[in-house]
Design a protein around this ligand. Structure first.
Ligand SMILES: [Zn+2]
Length: 341
């Protein structure tokens, strides 16, 4: 991590107060951290990053147009489209989805007048509406107070309440089992160009590689490598920069992260938090390996999961983001994976 990337990102504008609400994915729904504001910054060559709070997208500018990864949301896409038009005077020609989750893939319609939308073919399956007969998920049936098999606005609690309109795909004012199972993806525009293994696009004499890397987090997971004169790799969610990985991770994921490390790139951008370089991917592997080894030692010493939670402190990583929020889950996932073998 060079000093260039260490500056806190507090310089961005407080745009939420200035921009009218377009669509219903309010900024407050998105993961909130110390990173605040909307901004564009140069990474290298003609590749830029664009940030909305904790969320980061990347785009490349060519004489023939822009290649963008992740629309993030309607509000951000509206702001970014205007900013890119003002600064670069070329249209967005491609929007590449890293995966189908609402907080990365919403808002693409903003670019529909000029762009094609690229996603892994599994993304189509993931955003398809399940059969109408799909029952309410068991953990949400309790919200259906009148027992009519659907959730009305006055019954909805928690996530279903705050994100009601993102689930209500047919806008009938009720959430069916199918709509809930599909997820809060009403503002995810389907890709019109899908691929299975790998896709290259060339624009303005520059190449962008789109590579499938299914993970436990997303079976439609896509890596994007900006090649000519830039060497920037974008990987969403699963390889984090100076931040503990999310949730109950397994050592089984290490070879996948190693395969990313082996790719040719210098700059590394996760979809969240800090901007990185290849060394940050290496550090993520080191964390995962040290965690695996520490948990293995705890298991060998006969420790229960509860005891391993107390003994596997990963103290070298105390200054990483989400240390307090994710360490126990990381230990638990690793403990379960190792004891299942
Ligand atoms: Zn995700």
């Amino acid at each position: 991590m060079t000093a260039r990337y260490a500056a806190p990102l507090l310089t961005a504008f407080a745009l939420s107060a200035m921009t009218p609400q377009l669509g219903a994915q309010q900024r407050a729904f998105y993961q909130q951290t110390e990173y605040k504001g909307q901004e564009i910054g140069k990474l290298t060559g003609d590749v830029y990053y664009a940030r909305m709070d904790d969320y980061v997208s990347v785009f490349m500018v060519t004489s023939e147009g822009i290649v963008l990864v992740e629309p993030i949301g309607t509000e951000f896409a509206t702001w970014l489209k205007a900013e890119m038009g003002r600064r670069f005077q070329v249209p967005v020609k491609y929007v590449i989805y890293s995966h189908s989750h609402w907080d990365h893939a919403s808002g693409g319609a903003v670019y529909a007048d000029t762009a094609r939308f690229i996603g892994h073919e599994n993304l189509l399956k993931n955003i398809a509406m399940p059969p109408a007969s799909t029952p309410l998920p068991a953990n949400m049936r309790g919200q259906d107070k009148n027992g009519d098999g659907r959730i009305s606005p006055d019954e909805a609690q928690g996530n279903l309440k705050t994100m009601f309109s993102l689930y209500d795909a047919n806008h009938d004012g009720f959430l069916s089992g199918a709509e809930i199972a599909r997820g809060p993806i009403e503002y995810v525009k389907a890709p019109d160009l899908t691929y299975t293994e790998r896709l290259n696009i060339n624009l303005g004499g520059k190449r962008v590689e789109i590579v499938s890397r299914p993970t436990g987090h997303a079976d439609d997971n896509t890596l994007v490598r900006f090649v000519d004169g830039t060497n920037v790799l974008f990987a969403s969610d699963w390889i984090t920069v100076h931040r503990l990985p999310f949730g109950p991770i397994s050592p089984d994921e290490i070879p996948g992260v190693r395969a990313v490390e082996a790719m040719d790139f210098e700059y590394f951008v996760c979809s969240h938090g800090k901007l990185g370089k290849k060394a940050d991917v290496t550090a993520s592997i080191r964390y995962r390996e040290e965690l695996r080894d520490a948990v293995a030692r705890a298991i060998a010493a006969g420790e229960t999961l509860q005891q391993a939670h107390a003994s596997v402190l990963m103290e070298n990583y105390k200054d990483w983001e989400f240390y307090d929020q994710q360490r126990l889950q990381n230990v638990a996932g690793t403990y379960r994976a190792l004891t299942a073998k």
